[in-house]
Design a protein around this ligand. Structure first.
Ligand code: FAD
Length: 411
C-alpha cells in the first residue's frame, strides 16, 4: 500500500536511531509480531516482561509506516462522541472502553518513563471546541457524560475561551491530563527495551506467506528473505496494510494532511500549549513539539487513490496554514515538513482485534481511528494478556463481531 508521501519531521528527531539485521535463516519463537511500527512495538513491550520468546519482523525500517506521520495527540475522546457510542454499544460497554482508554494513556506514560530513549512524552490539556453554535448542545451532553464518569474537565463559555486564546468559539470542553509524544522515538524506545530483554528484531524482512501446520499446532510464516519462522502465536500489527493481509469489512481509510512548521520564537499566546481540536467532521487539530514547532492537521478527503491524495497536498498545506492563521493571527508560521497520508478508521467507532478461522492462534491488531496510538496500547495489552495468561475478558469488547453487543453488561 502506498501509505503516504511528503516530508516527515519525526525521523529527523532521531537520526542515530538503532537499526536491526534482516532475517537470514529459519527460526522459531513463541510469538511472532508482523510489523515494526508503534503497534508492533507496543506488543513487544508488553511481551518483553512476560518471559516468552518473541521475534518481530518489519518489511522496511522501524517506524517508517504511519508511525512517522502520526501527529501523536494522546487523547481518550475521539471522532465519535462517547454519547454516540452509548447509542451503539450501551452505557456499560462504553464506560468500560473509556476506562481502558484512560488507562492506556497512563500506560504510555509509564512506558515512556521505563525506557532508555527519551520519547518526548508530555501531559497536555485539550481544548475540544464547538465549531459552530449548533454543536454546543451535543458538546455539553458529552461534557456531562464524561464528568459523570470521572473525567477531569471543565466546560468553557465563549468569554472564558476568549480570555485564554486569541480566537473565539461558542463553547469548548477543556480536559486535563491528555498527552503528546514523539511517536518515532517512542517506537524505537519500546523496541530497544524489548531487544534488551531478548526480543529478536528484524528489519527489511517482509512476510509473504502464512500457513498453519495443524498436526504440530504451529504457524509457519515465510519471508521475502527466503526464510521461515515457526510460531505458536502471530500478532499482525501491520498498520493500515493489515487490511491487505485480511480484508475487514468494518475497516476503511481516507486521506489526510499535516504540516509541521519551523520552530516559532514565541508560544506565549498558546494557553498551556493545549492540544486543540473541534466538533466539525473532518476536524482541524493542532499541537506543539519539544522544539517549539506547530503541527497542524486535518482537511481529510475521501479519496483512496494515492495519486489523487498527493495531487491535493500543496493546496492542503496552504489551507492548513491559513486555518491556523485565522486562529492565531499574530503568530507567523512557515511550513518545514508537510505530508499526505492514508488514515484508517473502524465504522462503529471503536478499535478492533480480528480473529479469523483461517488464521488460527493469530490476532489482527486494527487500532484504527484518530486515537490510534492509544487504541494500540490498549489492544496490545489485551492481546498479550490473552496469549500469556490464556484469558482476558476485556478482549471480547474489541473482537470484530462485537460479541458483547446488545448483551447488556460487558462481562
Ligand atoms: C496523518 C496521521 C495523523 C495521525 N494522528 C494521530 C494522533 O494524533 N494520535 C493518535 O493516537 N493516532 C494518530 N494517528 C494514527 C497513528 O498514526 C497510528 O495509529 C499508528 O501509527 C499505527 O501504527 P502501526 O504500527 O499500527 O502502523 P505502521 O506505523 O504503519 O506500522 C506497521 C508496520 O508494518 C510493516 N508491515 C506491513 N506489512 C508487513 C509485512 N507483510 N511484513 C513485515 N512488515 C510489514 C510496515 O512496513 C509498517 O512499518 C495518525 C495517523 C495519521 C496517518
Amino acid at each position: 500500500m502506498n501509505l503516504q508521501s511528503g516530508t516527515y519531521y519525526w525521523p529527523t528527531t532521531f537520526p542515530d536511531a538503532p537499526s536491526y539485521p534482516a532475517l537470514k535463516e529459519d527460526t522459531s519463537c513463541d510469538v511472532l509480531i508482523i510489523g515494526g511500527g508503534s503497534s508492533g512495538a507496543q506488543c513487544a513491550y508488553y511481551l518483553a516482561d512476560a518471559n516468552v520468546d518473541v521475534a518481530l519482523i518489519e518489511k522496511s525500517t522501524i517506524g517508517s509506516g504511519s508511525t512517522s506521520t502520526n501527529t501523536a495527540l494522546l487523547q481518550y475522546s475521539g471522532e465519535k462522541m462517547f454519547t454516540h457510542l452509548v447509542n451503539t454499544f450501551g452505557e456499560d460497554y462504553t464506560v468500560r472502553h473509556l476506562q481502558l482508554l484512560k488507562e492506556a494513556i497512563n500506560e504510555i506514560e509509564e512506558a515512556s518513563k521505563k525506557v532508555a530513549i527519551d520519547c518526548e512524552f508530555n501531559r497536555r490539556d485539550t481544548l475540544y471546541a464547538a465549531s459552530c453554535a449548533e454543536d454546543v448542545e451535543s458538546l455539553n451532553k458529552e461534557y456531562q457524560f464524561l464528568k459523570q464518569h470521572n473525567c477531569e474537565l471543565s466546560f468553557l463559555t465563549k468569554e472564558e475561551i476568549e480570555a485564554k486564546y486569541p480566537f473565539s468559539r461558542d463553547a469548548a470542553i477543556y480536559s486535563y491530563n491528555d498527552a503528546e509524544i514523539n511517536p518515532f522515538r517512542f517506537t524505537h524506545a519500546l523496541l530497544d527495551y524489548a531487544a534488551r530483554k531478548g526480543t529478536r528484531l528484524y528489519e527489511n524482512t517482509e512476510m509473504n506467506g502464512y500457513h498453519y501446520d495443524e498436526e504440530r499446532g504451529k504457524i509457519i510464516v515465510s519471508t521475502k528473505t527466503g526464510c521461515s519462522i515457526q510460531a505458536r502465536f502471530v500478532i499482525f500489527a501491520a498498520g493500515y496494510e493489515g487490511m491487505e493481509i485480511k480484508k475487514e469489512k468494518k475497516a476503511s481509510y481516507v486521506s489526510t494532511y499535516t504540516v509541521t512548521t519551523h520552530p516559532v520564537d514565541d508560544l506565549s499566546q498558546w494557553y498551556n500549549r493545549t492540544l486543540i481540536w473541534e466538533t466539525a467532521r473532518p476536524y482541524l487539530f493542532m499541537r506543539t513539539t519539544r522544539d517549539n514547532r506547530i503541527i497542524i492537521g486535518g482537511l481529510d478527503d475521501n479519496t483512496t487513490y494515492p495519486e489523487d491524495r498527493d495531487s491535493k497536498l500543496i493546496h492542503r498545506k496552504k489551507k492548513l496554514v491559513e486555518e491556523f492563521n485565522k486562529m492565531f493571527p499574530d503568530m507567523k508560521v512557515e511550513p518545514a515538513y508537510y505530508l499526505a497520508a492514508f488514515y484508517g478508521g473502524i465504522s462503529d467507532g471503536i478499535p478492533m482485534i480480528g480473529q479469523y478461522e483461517e488464521y488460527p492462534n493469530s490476532y489482527f491488531l486494527f487500532g484504527f481511528g484518530d486515537n490510534g496510538t492509544v487504541y494500540s496500547q490498549l489492544l496490545s495489552k489485551l492481546i498479550v494478556k490473552e496469549i500469556v495468561e490464556g484469558n482476558c475478558p476485556d478482549l471480547a469488547l474489541y473482537l470484530q463481531d462485537r460479541p458483547l453487543l446488545n448483551k447488556g453488561k460487558h462481562s
